[in-house]
Design a protein around this ligand. Structure first.
Ligand code: 6AU
Length: 275
């Protein structure tokens, strides 16, 4: 795939969305394609994990609706840490409703996601209105959106024609707001990429379901190694949750594990540039 042979730094010029540019700049600057998912049950614990792994990641992914103790103080502190430790914030909200509803869910409620999260994601199942509803809120703020084109879980229905139509929906919407996909493969197939005035269409592929130890969990999650994701399947960013924050051995162990995944992801990226 042509995109996978281009260094992250060189891909910056193919983007106009501020969040996409920021992600690629951070990846290049910190030598990391690792995103850590902090799916712990309290905001306090999540901030502890972020302080430990922040130096090793390009992105911190949250599910703020999991926290028992969510307050706006959490997002204030997360934003402060994102500036201090140089990472992008990704609230993994997986919007899945009509445009009008998702624009309210994105801007309002307790979480006010658009006000603090650089990046979020959405299912394509409702059709292009979901992108229009989210972009109305997020694009003026410089936010970015990923569409879920495939999932890591066993038996996922996001395959074949669904995946292809999701790619086309993103392509139709344009790259001002939709900057890539949650997927297990390069869903932006080379033959579908268009060139406009010499500018390549460039999408960021972010892959969850990554583990160096486990092969899966008891609820259908399936893991691949960083190398399988980045070299074999062409992922740009690897997303790791339990593999990092779930490691036993306390604070230092979590920090070391994040470094181990960062190295594995970066070595895989360097390997694929030589293909
Ligand atoms: O590494 P884990 O299994 O502990 O966590 C994986 C994280 C979770 C999931 O909600 C999320 O990645 N995820 C997603 C995302 C990021 O959208 C899609 C998917 O297909 N599989 C998946 O696990 O926070």
């Amino acid at each position: 795939h042509p995109t996978t042979l281009i260094p992250y730094a060189e891909r910056i010029k193919a983007h106009t969305n501020p969040t996409a540019i920021k992600i690629l700049q951070i990846m290049d600057r910190k030598k990391t394609n690792l995103a850590v998912s902090v799916d712990v049950s309290t905001a306090a614990e999540a901030l502890e994990v972020v302080r430990r792994v922040g130096a090793s990641v390009c992105m911190v992914k949250t599910h703020v609706d999991i926290f028992e103790d969510f307050t706006p103080a959490f997002t204030e502190e997360l934003v402060r840490l994102s500036k201090k430790l140089d990472f992008v914030i990704f609230e993994d909200r997986k919007f899945a409703d009509i445009g009008n509803t998702v624009s309210l869910q994105y801007s309002s409620g307790v979480h006010k996601i658009a006000s603090w999260s650089d990046l979020t994601n959405a299912h394509s199942v409702p059709g292009p209105g979901i992108i229009a509803g989210l972009s109305k809120i997020g694009q003026p703020l410089g936010r970015g959106l990923l569409l879920l084109a495939e999932m890591s879980s066993k038996g996922s229905l996001a395959v074949g024609g669904y995946t292809e139509e999701t790619f086309k929906m993103a392509q139709e919407a344009g790259r001002e707001f939709v900057i890539g996909f949650i997927a297990q493969n390069r869903v932006d197939k080379a033959e579908l990429l268009k060139e406009k005035e010499g500018e390549r269409e460039d999408y960021l592929i972010m892959s969850p379901g990554v583990g160096l130890a486990a092969k899966g969990d008891s609820l259908g999650q399936q893991y691949r190694t960083p190398r399988e994701c980045v070299v074999d399947s062409g992922a740009d960013v690897i997303i790791v949750g339990r593999g990092i924050y779930g490691v036993s051995g306390g604070e230092a162990a979590v920090r070391d594990e994040a470094e181990r995944y960062r190295k594995a992801g970066w070595e895989a990226y360097e390997e694929r540039l030589k293909l």
